[in-house]
Design a protein around this ligand. Structure first.
Ligand SMILES: [Zn+2]
Length: 399
């Protein structure tokens, strides 16, 4: 889905953004909507990612220049020495990757130092019933050590109270229950090229069976050390994990002319094909945070500025609409439409102005009006950029 650009000190650091000059590039995870512009020929600069993502990246982009990759273990802190494009001075930045609990290798990035304190979640699930998410919380709080987050770039995929999900473990059991109720059926489950491995593991272990995957997917399972539970031989299992785009009602009907078959789509979204009476089931298994999980996350972080990284979602409301008050941010700035969040050189705090008939909300992150105590030494050094940048946030208090 379309995403906002993620400039962290434009020209210095880029996160999941590959087509513009920068001094250091960070990849949160290898889902295709985060790698637009990244290819086997990409060679703009050092690329930082988790060790698992590094392996997956070299598998996805065979022939990629491995010397560009700098793998960072989740939970470790590293210091980068960058150069100011304007004055040539040194800009030191500390970066801590934190397990995002989204898909294999996924991490958030916490940047601290002369750029201010910036947290980029990428896609993440803040599922605090899981041990891993609690470890992420500890890592994040340890790295922050009481420091306030100046800017939070938030995975707002499900930032609406209508999105409430069970834990992934409970959802995985729901899938097992559906399969067990159909002992004489073949089963097809829709998945992507990466992610939902724990769901498939739970099914495999619960039902003591291998699961069929397509050959490229088996290569990824092999990289993840899971290949023993998967097969490309359809005679070994009645359960097949197939590309999610192939799960269509007409395909299911065709399969049923050959053998009784049910389809299961694990997703947080309503699935248009959902029709249990026709053998098509939706289970709310998702790797993104539910609204309540986002709320729990925001209670911990309470940033000065929030920017949603998903520019269009199915029930999009800017995160400030729900969490601005909690963070002391003026919620009026987020209602309506046609508003732009703009970080610009030399401005101070939030301003609203009309431009070409549209209301614009402007903010400076160098001298943040919402973080007065730290205004002299915090914030993204936009001054180091030649140009301003704008991020539409899709809402407005004028209408
Ligand atoms: Zn993702």
């Amino acid at each position: 889905m379309p995403r906002f650009s993620s400039p962290v000190g434009n020209g210095l650091i880029a996160v999941d953004r590959w087509t513009e000059p920068s001094q250091a590039y960070f990849l949160t995870h290898l889902h295709s909507d985060h790698t637009q512009g990244l290819s086997v020929h990409w060679s703009r600069g050092p690329l930082f990612c988790s060790p698992i993502t590094a392996r997956l990246l070299l598998c996805k982009f065979k022939g990629f220049d491995a010397s560009l990759i700098r793998d960072l273990e989740a939970g470790s802190t590293h210091t980068l020495s960058l150069i100011s494009p304007l004055n040539g001075g040194e800009v030191k930045v500390r970066v801590t990757p934190i397990d995002a609990n989204h898909c294999p290798g996924s991490v958030m990035y916490l940047f601290q130092g002369e750029l201010g304190c910036v947290l980029y979640t990428g896609d993440f699930r803040w599922e605090l019933t899981s041990e891993r998410a609690n470890m992420s919380k500890s890592t994040l709080l340890d790295a922050l050590n009481g420091e306030k987050v100046d800017i939070l770039y938030l995975d707002n995929t499900y930032c609406n109270p209508c999105f409430s999900f069970p834990s992934r473990r409970d959802a995985a059991q729901q899938v097992v229950d559906i399969i067990e109720k159909h002992p004489d059926h073949e089963v097809v489950i829709g998945i992507d090229t990466l992610g939902k491995e724990h769901l498939l593991l739970h099914i495999s272990e619960s039902l003591k069976t291998k699961i069929w995957v397509w050959p490229e997917r088996l290569e990824i399972m092999d990289l993840l050390g899971l290949d023993e539970l998967f097969t490309t031989d359809t005679s070994q299992t009645r359960i097949r994990a197939v590309p999610r785009y192939s799960l269509k009602q007409n395909n299911l009907e065709s399969l049923n002319t050959i053998f009784p078959t049910i389809a299961i789509m694990p997703t947080g979204l309503p699935w248009s094909q959902n029709s249990p009476e026709k053998g098509a089931y939706t289970v709310q298994y998702t790797a993104h945070s539910s609204f309540l999980e986002l709320e729990e996350f925001m209670k911990v972080i309470r940033p000065s500025i929030i920017v949603g990284i998903v520019s269009s979602s199915y029930c999009l409301i800017d995160p400030k609409h729900h969490f601005g008050e909690m963070c002391g941010i003026n919620n009026c700035l987020t209602k309506g439409h046609n508003v732009y969040f703009k970080v610009m050189k030399g401005s101070h705090g939030f301003k609203v102005r009309k431009k070409k008939g549209k209301t614009k909300v402007l903010a400076s992150v160098r001298r943040s009006g919402v973080n007065i105590v730290r205004k002299e030494r915090r914030g993204v050094k936009i001054e180091d950029c030649e140009s301003d940048f704008e991020v539409p946030i899709g809402s407005d208090c004028s209408s």
